[in-house]
Write a protein of this length. Structure first.
Length: 256
C-alpha cells in the first residue's frame, strides 16, 4: 500500500512539474506572439521579438531582441532596437485582470532618429500609436481609430532605460552620428484599479523617448549645419545652409 501511495505521489509531482513547464512555455510563447501580432497594429511597422523567458516561481523574466521597424518613407532598417530588457512581476497577478510589474529595466537600446528636415521617424511612430489609442491630449481632435485588442491591463511600478544610444541620421546632410540617450526613469504607470493598456504604456514611454532623442539630436544637427562639415558638395552655399537651418527650426517646432 505504501509503495502505491509513493508511486501516486511521484506521478502527482511529475504532473505538477509538467503542468508548470507547459504554463511557462505557453506564457512565454503567448507574450512573444502578442508583441509580434499587436505591435504592428499599433506602430504600423514591423515588430519582432526574439525571446521571452519568465519564471512563474520568482516572477523574474527577460525579453531579448526587440526590433521596431521604421515607418514607411524612412530609410534606416529600424527605429528602435532593444538587446535585453529585464522585468520583475508579481507571479500571481498573471492570472488576474491586471498584471503587476514591479520593475522593467531596458539596457542599451539603439534609437534611430532619422529626419529629412520635414518629418522625423520617431514622431511618425508616436503619431501611429496615438491614432491606435484614440488621439492625444495635444491633439484631442485626432480621429479615433479602432484600437487593437487591449488584453490584460498593466501596472508598472518602476521603468528604467539606461545605456542607450541615439543614431542621428539626416540623409540631406549625407552623414550620421551617434550620441548618448539620457537615462529615462518613469514610475507608477497604471497605478489604481483601472491600470493601463499595453498600447497606452508604449505611447507614454515613446513620448519620453522622442522628447529626449529630439533634445540630443537637435543640437547635433544644428552643429552639423553651422559647421557645414557634413554637407554634400552641392549644398555648401550660404543659401543651402540657410535653408537647412530654417528647415531644422521649423521641424523642431512641430508637435508629434
Amino acid at each position: 500500500m505504501k509503495k502505491i501511495i509513493r508511486i501516486v505521489l511521484i506521478i502527482v509531482v511529475v504532473l505538477i512539474l509538467l503542468g508548470l513547464l507547459a504554463a511557462h512555455l505557453f506564457l512565454d510563447g503567448a507574450i512573444k506572439r502578442g508583441v509580434e501580432t499587436a505591435g504592428p497594429k499599433l506602430t504600423k511597422t514591423d515588430v519582432k521579438l526574439s525571446l521571452v523567458s519568465i519564471s512563474l516561481f520568482s516572477g523574474s523574466g527577460k525579453m531579448k531582441g526587440l526590433v521596431i521597424g521604421n515607418p514607411e518613407g524612412f530609410k534606416s532598417p529600424s527605429a528602435i532596437q532593444v538587446g535585453t530588457a529585464g522585468l520583475d512581476l508579481q507571479p500571481r497577478s498573471i492570472f488576474s485582470d491586471k498584471v503587476i510589474i514591479r520593475s522593467i529595466v531596458v539596457e542599451g537600446p539603439e534609437i534611430t532618429f532619422e529626419s529629412d528636415l520635414k518629418s522625423v521617424n520617431l514622431k511618425k511612430l508616436l503619431n501611429n500609436l496615438e491614432e491606435a489609442t484614440g488621439g492625444s491630449e495635444k491633439n484631442p481632435a485626432a480621429p479615433k481609430q479602432p484600437e487593437a485588442k487591449a488584453g490584460k491591463k498593466l501596472e508598472v511600478d518602476d521603468f528604467l532605460i539606461k545605456g542607450g544610444k541615439i543614431h542621428v541620421v539626416v540623409p540631406v546632410l549625407n552623414q550620421s552620428t551617434t550620441v548618448n540617450l539620457p537615462e529615462i526613469h518613469l514610475q507608477d504607470l497604471g497605478k489604481g484599479s483601472d491600470g493601463i493598456t499595453a498600447a497606452e504604456l508604449s505611447k507614454r514611454i515613446l513620448e519620453v523617448v522622442v522628447q529626449k532623442a529630439e533634445e540630443q539630436a537637435s543640437g547635433v544637427i544644428a552643429d552639423m549645419v553651422k559647421g557645414g562639415q557634413f554637407l554634400s558638395k552641392d549644398m555648401t552655399s550660404s543659401n543651402a545652409v540657410e535653408k537647412v537651418s530654417k528647415g531644422l527650426g521649423d521641424l523642431l517646432k512641430k508637435k508629434p
